[in-house]
Ligand binder design. Structure first.
Ligand SMILES: Nc1ncnc2c1ncn2[C@@H]1O[C@H](COP(=O)(O)OP(=O)(O)OP(=O)(O)O)[C@@H](O)[C@H]1O
Ligand SMILES: [Mg+2]
Length: 387
């Protein structure tokens, strides 16, 4: 099948926005398994680092695939019937009309040597299992690396569990300073407080904090943000209080998924009311979004339109929102696990229907504006923006 204009051979891997820590053995093992298996699923609890690990491996092996590494984000997809389309859209071949009775994607992949990353499959495991099987059957040089909270249960699948980061004490011969969780805390802390270092004075508290947070990267990142106003010891004391309340008198430790929920709940409580409201409302976005979209969809009541930018800034500072530049301007995105939390909160507020309607109307209107402006002088602007 012909190559569409603008197709980039190297792929579409997103850049990594923050430093990557540790995981040396896991990464080496995944690279090796990619030689042996054609379908690998990286599994683990929310926030443990499945997507980051898959992306890191993908960057490392990029050059081994003649036709590149292609990233497909399924996190926001609701309809299993759309998995196929989402993949063709990510590959940039969605607009190619196949001949009668032929199948664009399998035909396109048949001769190609590429690695497909299917990120976040847990809510679509059956559809993903079936489709990956079909694709692997017809494309002999294709390899697939999926991330999912549970295995796809597909024939020939190799499942690799992503454990939490190592915490001090896991291996008594390892010095606490070079431990993975401590390293991540140090890296994120110095982004918040530029002269922060993990040293003899605070290592005991940092180590205890990492243990309390079970080495879950997302929980560690959320805790590090609090250094803006609190010392490590204060964060630890507040967290310990909170967790002992949650765990009840009889249990000392929380299961890991509860640890994460508790860490998120704690971040949530420490947000300003306007930030909490915006966090909930932003959960309706099915991907990343621009400021104008957030203003149109989310402003109202306690959240006037001219405050949205400030409140977004607050959520970016708290590591709830990611902010990144694109050719079409600055865009934002809620971290996956936090979006779920925001969605639950929006339900509790009883605003879900209303926000979904506003979201739909906004994008419909945007599509119409784009259509009207298409032949005008701002065609390039509209093209990049609509992409
Ligand atoms: N090894 C690592 N080094 C640095 N940061 C990491 C590492 N692993 C995870 N993180 C960070 O922790 C956060 C959660 O990681 P990630 O999104 O990969 O989790 P996940 O398991 O894919 O979660 P979900 O189930 O919600 O999709 C992200 O901000 C990510 O950048
Ligand atoms: Mg993920």
């Amino acid at each position: 099948m012909a190559t569409p204009a603008g197709w980039r051979q190297e792929g579409n891997l997103p850049v990594e926005l923050t430093s990557f820590v540790g995981r040396t053995r896991l990464l080496a093992s995944l690279r090796q398994k990619l030689q042996e298996y054609r379908l690998i699923t990286v599994t683990g609890i929310g926030g443990v680092g499945k997507s980051r690990t898959a992306l890191r491996v993908a960057h490392q092996v990029r050059r081994q695939f003649r036709d590149g590494v292609w990233y497909v984000d399924l996190a926001r997809l609701q309809d299993p019937a759309m998995v196929y389309h989402t993949i063709t859209a990510a590959l940039g071949i969605a607009d190619q009309s196949p001949r009668e009775g032929s199948d664009t994607l399998t035909e396109w992949l048949a001769e190609r040597e590429l690695l497909l990353i299917l990120d976040t499959c847990e809510h679509l495991v059956d559809a993903c299992a079936q489709l990956t099987q079909e694709l692997l059957d017809t494309a002999p040089h294709l390899r697939i690396l999926a991330t999912s909270r549970r295995s796809l249960n597909a024939p020939g699948e190799y499942t690799a569990a992503v454990p939490p980061l190592t915490v001090p004490g896991d291996n008594p011969s390892d010095p606490a300073f070079t431990n993975e969780a401590v390293e991540l805390f140090g890296a994120r802390a110095s982004a918040v407080v530029p002269d922060f270092v993990v040293d003899e004075d605070n290592i005991a508290a940092v180590a205890e904090l990492c243990r309390r947070l079970d080495g879950i990267p997302l929980a560690i990142e959320l805790a590090a943000v609090r250094l803006r106003t609190l010392s490590v010891e204060q964060i630890l004391a507040l967290l310990a209080d909170r967790f002992s309340l949650l765990a009840g008198a009889s249990r000392t430790a929380l299961p890991r998924h509860q640890t994460l929920r508790a860490a998120i709940g704690w971040s949530h409580e420490l947000c300003e009311p306007a930030e909490r409201l915006l966090w909930a409302r932003l959960s309706v976005f099915a991907g990343d979004f621009e400021l104008e979209a957030a203003r149109h969809v989310c402003a109202g009541d306690a959240l006037p339109s001219d405050r949205i930018l400030d409140v977004i800034g607050g959520l970016v500072d708290k590591s709830v929102l990611l902010s990144f530049p694109t050719p079409a301007g600055q865009r934002y995105r809620l971290i996956d696990t936090l979006r779920q939390y925001g969605g639950e909160w929006l339900d509790k507020l009883g605003e879900t229907q209303d926000l979904r309607r506003r979201h739909r109307d906004y994008y419909l209107q945007l599509a119409e504006r784009s259509e009207h402006s298409w032949s005008g002088p701002r065609q390039v602007h509209w093209y990049t923006r609509m992409r």
